[in-house]
Design a protein around this ligand. Structure first.
Ligand code: ZN
Length: 171
């Protein structure tokens, strides 16, 4: 009954998991993770925020503005997901694979990203998805996403040595 296909080196078709993931759900998930009690301004922590349209290239990415401090921000501002050129769903999947204890290399291969990026995401995940705000208050608008990412790369030359936690963190 079953017809054998010629060519033993032929691999079965891969499922492209990225294509199955809904962008809207990803942004929804990030909002729920960082703001479990509703959107708050990352500048002054106030819940008094006004919706301010959506990102030009990512229609599901909500932009907002703090009413008091006038800070403009969006779903990904100050998160580990900001400053990457891949879509959010890649990083959500990356977090998912990290939860399954896949190696950085496996994740990078699966998602078509740089293994360094997967490693950065792995190390950041321990700190939570929202970056710590610096102790010194910065005045004016300062873009520091790129700086954080670069610092993460260079600052951890031997970070690849640690693989897999022996003690589970239980969530
Ligand atoms: Zn504010």
């Amino acid at each position: 009954m079953a017809t054998e296909r010629p060519g033993p080196s032929r691999r079965p078709p891969m499922v492209n998991i990225q294509a199955l993931i809904d962008d809207a759900r990803c942004f929804q998930a990030v909002r729920a993770m960082r703001w479990p009690d509703g959107v708050r301004c990352p500048g002054c922590a106030s819940a008094e925020v006004t919706k301010d349209g959506h990102d030009d290239t990512q229609p599901e990415r909500q932009r907002s503005q703090g009413r008091g401090c006038r800070k403009r921000f969006d779903d990904l501002t100050d998160t580990v997901f900001a400053g990457h050129h891949q879509p959010l769903r890649v990083w959500v999947l990356c977090l998912y694979f990290l939860g399954l204890n896949l190696s950085d290399e496996q994740i990078a291969q699966e998602l078509g990203i740089d293994p360094d990026d997967a490693q950065v995401m792995a190390s950041q995940r321990r700190e939570g998805i929202v970056r710590r705000t610096p102790a010194v208050a910065l005045s004016g608008e300062v873009e520091c996403d790129e700086v954080y990412v670069v610092a993460g790369h260079k600052g951890r030359p031997g970070a690849g040595a640690k693989k897999g936690d022996p003690a589970g963190d239980g969530g």
